[in-house]
Ligand binder design. Structure first.
Ligand SMILES: Nc1nc2c(ncn2[C@@H]2O[C@H](COP(=O)(O)OP(=O)(O)OP(=O)(O)O)[C@@H](O)[C@H]2O)c(=O)[nH]1
Ligand SMILES: [Mg+2]
Length: 480
C-alpha cells in the first residue's frame, strides 16, 4: 500500500520524540532529521521537504505550551497538521451546478485509470449524492475503449452515450450533451482518450471539448506509481486546461507516495478522489485528515492533543471574555479573537442572528474573507504594548512607524484601529448587558420594544447605530 514505508519511518521518528517529557532543541533536530530523510526517501519534492521542516520549527516555537500533554506529543500534532496542510485543507468536494447540468470531464495519460474512474465516481455521485448520471464515450482512439465504458456503465446501471469510433470526439460530446439535456440527466461524465505522452493533438482535442462544454470539473487522473513525475504531468495539463482536481489512482500499489504529497503544494490543484483497486467500489473521496492519520499513524496522540487544545482554548477564551466585558479590551485581545475565529470558521453566522450584532458579524468575517490576517498580525506586532492597550490615542507619527514596520499603509492601520474601536464598543455593550442581568426576559422585552431609553446602556439598536444615524440624518436633510 502506498505510503507504507514512509508511514513506518515517520512513525518511528515520532514515537521516539512523543514519549519525551522535555523537548530540547537537540532532540527536536534529531526528529526533524529523521522526518526529512523519510520524506526524501518517499520521493517528496526537496523544496517541499525544506519548507515543511521550517514550518514545523516555526510552529513548535510559536505554540502555547499545554500543561496536560507531553511536549513530544504536542510536536506529533504539529507534524500531523503540517501533513494535512500539505495535502490541502480546502474543500475538495465536487462542484455541482445549482441548477442545470453538471459536466465532469476526466483527462490524463494513457492507462492512468480515466475510464475506470469515470465509472467509480459516477457510482458515488449516483448512490451517495442522488445525481442522475450519464456517461459520454469521447475516446474514439483506442478501439476497445467504448466497449469498456459500456461494460462499466452496465455494471453501475448508468446509460452510456456513444456514436462509435468514426465520429470525432468533439462531435460525440456535442451530441451527447444535447441527448443528456433531452433525457433530463443532471450530471454528465466525459471519458476522454489518453496518450503515452503529452502531445499537441491530445491537448488540442481536450481544449476543443473544454471550449465546447466548459466542464464544471476537469479531473486529471494520475497513477500514484508515477512518483514525482505526477507534478510535471499535472503542471503540463494545468497549462492547457483549467484543472479543478486530481484523481490519484492505483493507490493500492506499492508507490512511495511522494508525488501525491507534493502535487497539491506545487500545482495548487487539490486531490479529490483516490482509487484503491480495480473494482468499482475501490474509490473514495479524498480526506486530508484521514490520509494524514494514515501516513503518520498516530491518531491516538493527535486526538489527545486536540482535546487538550480545546480545553486550553476554552479556558483562554473564558479569561479573555471576562476581561473584555470589564472594559479591558486591547488589540492583543482582538488579535486572539481573530485567530480563534479563523480556527473556528464563520462565527458570524451565529452573530448575524443576534439582534443588533449583524454589523459586527461582517467585521468578524473580514479578516477571513480577505486573507488580511497576515496584515492584521503584522500591524499589531509592530505596535508597542502601550499602543496596543490604547490604539485610539496613537498619533500620526506612531501610525506612520507602525505602517512602515508592518509593511502596510497608514490607511490600513487606521482601518484596523477603527475596527478595534467598534469591537471594543460591542464588548462594552455586551458587558453592560451582562451586568444588567444578561439576556433575561426583562432585557429581551426591552430589546423587543426597542425603547432606547430603557435599554441597558449602549446596547445597539436601530437608531443608535452610528451608521443608521447617518442615514437618518441624511434623510432628514433631504426632506426638510
Ligand atoms: N490496482 C488498481 N488498478 C487500477 C486502478 N484504477 C484503474 N486501474 C486499472 O488500470 C488499468 C487502466 O485503467 P483505465 O481506466 O482503462 O485507464 P484509462 O486512463 O482509461 O486508459 P486509456 O483509456 O487507455 O488511456 C485497468 O486495468 C484498470 O483496472 C486502481 O485504483 N487500482
Ligand atoms: Mg480509457
Amino acid at each position: 500500500m502506498a505510503f507504507d514505508s514512509l508511514s513506518e519511518r515517520l512513525n518511528k521518528a515520532m514515537r521516539n520524540v512523543a514519549g519525551k517529557g522535555t523537548l530540547t532543541d537537540a532532540n527536536m533536530e534529531d526528529m526533524l532529521k529523521e522526518v526529512r530523510l523519510a520524506l526524501l526517501e518517499a520521493d517528496v519534492n526537496y523544496r517541499i521537504v525544506k519548507s515543511f521542516l521550517e514550518d514545523i520549527r516555526e510552529k513548535a516555537r510559536g505554540e502555547d505550551v499545554l500543561n496536560s500533554v507531553e511536549p513530544g506529543q504536542q510536536l506529533v500534532k504539529i507534524v500531523h497538521d503540517q501533513i494535512v496542510e500539505l495535502l490541502g485543507t480546502d474543500d475538495a468536494s465536487l462542484n455541482f451546478k445549482e441548477s442545470g447540468m453538471t459536466v465532469i470531464m476526466l483527462v490524463g495519460l494513457q492507462g492512468t485509470g480515466k475510464t475506470t474512474s469515470v465509472a467509480k465516481i459516477a457510482k458515488i455521485c449516483k448512490e451517495k449524492m442522488d445525481r442522475k448520471c450519464m456517461l459520454i464515450a469521447a475516446d474514439v482512439i483506442r478501439p476497445a475503449a467504448i466497449e469498456q465504458l459500456q461494460t462499466l456503465g452496465r455494471e453501475i446501471d448508468t446509460e452510456v452515450f456513444t456514436l462509435g469510433v468514426s465520429t470525432p470526439a468533439v462531435e460525440a460530446v456535442r451530441q451527447g450533451m444535447r441527448y443528456a439535456q433531452e433525457k433530463g440527466y443532471d450530471t454528465v461524465f466525459i471519458d476522454t482518450a489518453g496518450r503515452l505522452h503529452i502531445d499537441q493533438e491530445l491537448m488540442d482535442e481536450l481544449r476543443q471539448i473544454n471550449a465546447l462544454v466548459q466542464p464544471d470539473e476537469i479531473l486529471l487522473t494520475v497513477d500514484a506509481m508515477t512518483g514525482q513525475d505526477i507534478v510535471n504531468v499535472a503542471q503540463a495539463f494545468r497549462e492547457a486546461l483549467p484543472l479543478t482536481g486530481l484523481v490519484v489512482t492505483k493507490f493500492d500499489g506499492d508507490s512511495r507516495g511522494g508525488g501525491v504529497l507534493s502535487v497539491k503544494k506545487i500545482t495548487g490543484v487539490p486531490v479529490k478522489f483516490v482509487g484503491e483497486g480495480e473494482k468499482i467500489d475501490d474509490m473514495g473521496m479524498f480526506h486530508p485528515e484521514r490520509m494524514a492519520d494514515r501516513i503518520l499513524g498516530m491518531g491516538d496522540i493527535v486526538s489527545l492533543v486536540e482535546k487538550a487544545q480545546e480545553k486550553f482554548d476554552m479556558e483562554e477564551s473564558e479569561k479573555m471574555a471576562e476581561r473584555m466585558m470589564n472594559g479591558q479590551y486591547t488589540m492583543d485581545d482582538m488579535l486572539k479573537q481573530f485567530e480563534m475565529i479563523e480556527k473556528l470558521g464563520p462565527l458570524s453566522g451565529i452573530m448575524k442572528m443576534m439582534p443588533g450584532m449583524n454589523q459586527y458579524a461582517a467585521m468578524l468575517d473580514e479578516p477571513q474573507a480577505s486573507g488580511a490576517m497576515k496584515h492584521i498580525k503584522a500591524i499589531i506586532q509592530s505596535m508597542t504594548k502601550a499602543e496596543r492597550a490604547n490604539p485610539e490615542r496613537m498619533r500620526g507619527s506612531m501610525k506612520k512607524r507602525v505602517a512602515a514596520g508592518s509593511g502596510t499603509s497608514i490607511n490600513e492601520v487606521n482601518k484596523l484601529i477603527n475596527q478595534y474601536s467598534r469591537m471594543k464598543k460591542a464588548m462594552d455593550q455586551l458587558g453592560s448587558l451582562q451586568r444588567s442581568g444578561g439576556l433575561n426576559e426583562e432585557n429581551l422585552e426591552k430589546m423587543m420594544n426597542n425603547a432606547p431609553g430603557n435599554l441597558p446602556a449602549g446596547l445597539p439598536n436601530g437608531i443608535r447605530d452610528p451608521r443608521m444615524m447617518g442615514q437618518y440624518k441624511k434623510k432628514k436633510k433631504g426632506r426638510y
